[in-house]
Design a protein around this ligand. Structure first.
Ligand code: BT5
Length: 340
């Protein structure tokens, strides 16, 4: 009922709705409505009340709860089921667990904070509470296990587009899984898979996006390599901004945009239209045409990143004269200039 009360207030945003109207619409007592309003206020919703006119929603807090995300979300698959936790070890761990128990394609797990957020190859993901977006999407795509890298590529397009949709910031993609702004990492993607010989059981695409962090919110070791949308906005605002100007963004709007864009690219993958996915990826890529260093377990090669394949492998002309197709996970790719 609380969500429905909120829904009515949102539909009438910045206008008064009488308690009587809400109670009739939902078939519950006015006392019950009042209790839900009290709970919403505790969560940070600013609702003003007038004894004559009723209630008016003035502002929505920056929370990631599932009803903020679901409100006005127009996707069919991605986000059809959303699970929210204030704190979790890793949204990828939880998503893998529920995926193995059979949850729906497109199920999303989102948290305000992770105590054991992970990157690739056992690295950590710094997951400051209430600042970023930490979410995982369970997918059951129509691709062969060896081709799943296209999903990471697709997810990186979705995030870059969502950032552009909401903020206009020119986010770019560094192969395979980093989204960067101003040469610094603003988002990382971790794709994990459960598969049999010829069949993908499920994939979990974990997305960590730095949104409202100020510089102090990052640990020392990330000071030079990580950024957030807020830091970028502060740096790129023109003129002298008034001190009270707030560059924080509403994270649930961003989540909605990522899920919407993810649905677009996911449908492209499932329809076999990976050419279009690759084309879009190239538009955002800052890796192609750059010199890269590839480190695999057995050797290191320098070369030029020439292209990517239909299934998302990076094609590198190596200095030993051999052209190699590189998968993420097997190797590290390091731009030799600027951001590494
Ligand atoms: C990644 O790994 O970039 C994938 C990160 C995926 C995180 C999401 S959050 C939701 C879901 N649940 C999880 O447990 N994980 C996923 P990789 O390419 O290995 O990069 C990791 C490296 O990025 C670290 O070694 C740090 O140097 C750096 N790093 C860590 N936290 C960062 C942050 N918040 N912002 C920018 N860089 C960070």
């Amino acid at each position: 009922v609380k969500e429905k009360v909120l829904g009515i207030l949102k539909e009438n945003s910045a206008r008064y709705v009488s308690g009587e109207h809400i109670s009739e619409a939902l078939g519950v007592s006015r006392a019950a409505i009042w209790k839900h309003i009290k709970d919403l206020k505790k969560e940070g919703y600013v609702i003003i009340a007038s004894s004559k006119k009723g209630y008016s929603l003035v502002s929505v807090p920056d929370v990631l709860n599932s009803y903020e995300i679901i409100y006005n979300l127009k996707t069919g698959i991605i986000g059809s089921n959303i699970i929210y936790r204030e704190e979790i070890d890793s949204t990828n761990n939880y998503a893998k667990k529920i995926a193995s128990e059979g949850c729906k394609d497109g199920t999303v797990v989102v948290a305000e904070c992770q105590t054991a957020g992970r990157g690739r190859l056992g690295r950590m993901w710094d997951s400051a509470r209430n600042k970023g977006i930490y979410m995982s999407i369970v997918l059951r795509p129509e691709v062969a296990p060896e081709d799943v890298q296209i999903i990471t590529i697709a997810a990186s397009i979705a995030v870059a587009e969502a950032i552009r949709d909401i903020t206009g910031m020119e986010a770019a993609i560094k192969w395979p899984n980093d989204i960067i702004l101003d040469g610094k990492k603003v988002c990382g993607i971790l794709t994990e898979m459960s598969s049999e010989m010829e069949k993908v059981n499920f994939l979990v695409v974990g997305i960590g996006l730095n949104v409202n962090h100020s510089r102090e919110d990052f640990p020392e070791e990330l000071a030079n390599t990580a950024t957030s949308l807020r830091i970028y906005a502060e740096q790129n605002s023109t003129g002298t901004a008034p001190a009270e100007l707030d560059f924080r963004l509403n994270r649930s709007s961003l989540v909605k945009a990522v899920l919407t864009e993810m649905e677009n690219v996911y449908c492209m993958v499932n329809n076999g239209n990976t050419d279009e996915v690759v084309r879009q990826w190239k538009e955002y890529s800052v890796t192609l045409g750059k010199e890269v260093l590839i480190t695999s377990k057995s050797a290191e090669y320098r070369g030029f990143a020439k292209d990517i394949t239909k299934d998302g492998r990076l094609i590198v002309d190596c200095s030993d004269g051999v052209t190699r197709e590189v998968m993420s996970g097997e190797v590290k790719v390091r731009g030799l200039l600027g951001y590494t």
